[in-house]
Design a protein around this ligand. Structure first.
Ligand code: SAM
Length: 252
């Protein structure tokens, strides 16, 4: 059936792909991919020779009309990202919206998603959660977002690039408090030479995380979860106090 298929792909382990995803990838007219070299590896692994077209945040808007035309002509178009579910901190949402507006079917082929994988194994409350994704690069906006998170009763989930890890720990421990429990899900599903026994989840408080990791930064892809507020509202420092406490960090 023609339409836009949003296909979930592995977040590390190439075996994490559904039978339906493989069938749709094989039968599609074109696969839109964030990084055609990266996706090429996955497709070769499964002997899929469907043509690839690059589709990433820098050419998204210029490709849209061309893709819409192909969809209107009745083609099967698949969108994949480098890892996980398209549209989740990855390109896809804009194209899905355009298709919805044009009455073109948008079909999800569910698969891996780092936020869901991390939450399900975290040991934290899964009934309600807030997916924050990547935080802003702009200090005051970032801290405002963290302050709001610190006061939510739901589990808070962040995507943290390795080079932002220590900044994240410093700021979140100030705003959530050192005693708040957190879980670090690192390199999930990947099997490393040095990690014969998968050691992908670290659990402790934000204070313990600082002691453990500030001088020995973990590498790789990280999803961080912080437990929701369990008691009264958290007293968070003002932006002025924060700038004072974080002074050195901010100027870096
Ligand atoms: N679309 C993807 C999804 O569905 O999860 C997310 C893409 S986003 C650009 C990449 C971020 O997801 C990483 O910086 C990291 O925070 C998280 N992530 C991706 N793979 C991961 C993994 N194997 N283990 C832990 N976190 C991961």
């Amino acid at each position: 059936k023609p339409g836009l298929y949003l296909v979930g792909t592995p977040i590390g382990n190439l075996e994490d792909i559904t039978l339906r995803a493989l069938r749709v990838l094989k039968s599609a007219d074109v696969i839109l991919s964030e990084d055609t070299r990266h996706s090429g590896k996955l497709l070769r692994h499964y002997n899929i020779s469907t043509p690839l077209l690059s589709y990433h945040k820098f050419n998204e808007s210029q490709r849209e009309q061309r893709v819409l035309r192909r969809l209107k002509e009745g083609e099967i178009v698949v969108l994949i990202s480098d890892a996980g579910t398209p549209g989740i901190s990855d390109p896809g949402a804009e194209l899905a919206k355009l298709c919805v507006d044009e009455n073109i079917p948008v079909i999800p082929i569910p698969g891996p998603c780092a936020v869901v994988a991390a939450l399900s194994a975290s040991g934290l409350d899964t009934d309600e959660f807030t997916f924050v994704g990547f935080l802003s690069k702009h200090g005051p906006s970032r801290r405002e977002r963290l302050t709001a998170s610190a006061n939510e009763a739901r589990t808070q989930i962040f995507y943290v690039p390795p080079h932002k890890f220590s900044q994240f720990l410093e700021e979140s421990s100030l705003l959530f408090g050192d005693s708040r429990r957190c879980v670090m899900a690192r390199e999930m599903t990947k099997i490393h030479e040095e990690m014969r026994v998968p050691n992908q989840f670290w659990r402790g408080t934000l204070g313990e995380a600082k002691v453990r990791f500030l001088n020995q930064q973990p590498k790789g892809e990280m999803t961080l979860l912080i437990e929701g507020r369990t008691n009264c509202l958290v007293e968070t420092p003002s932006e002025d106090q924060l700038e004072h406490e974080l002074g050195e960090l901010i100027s870096r």
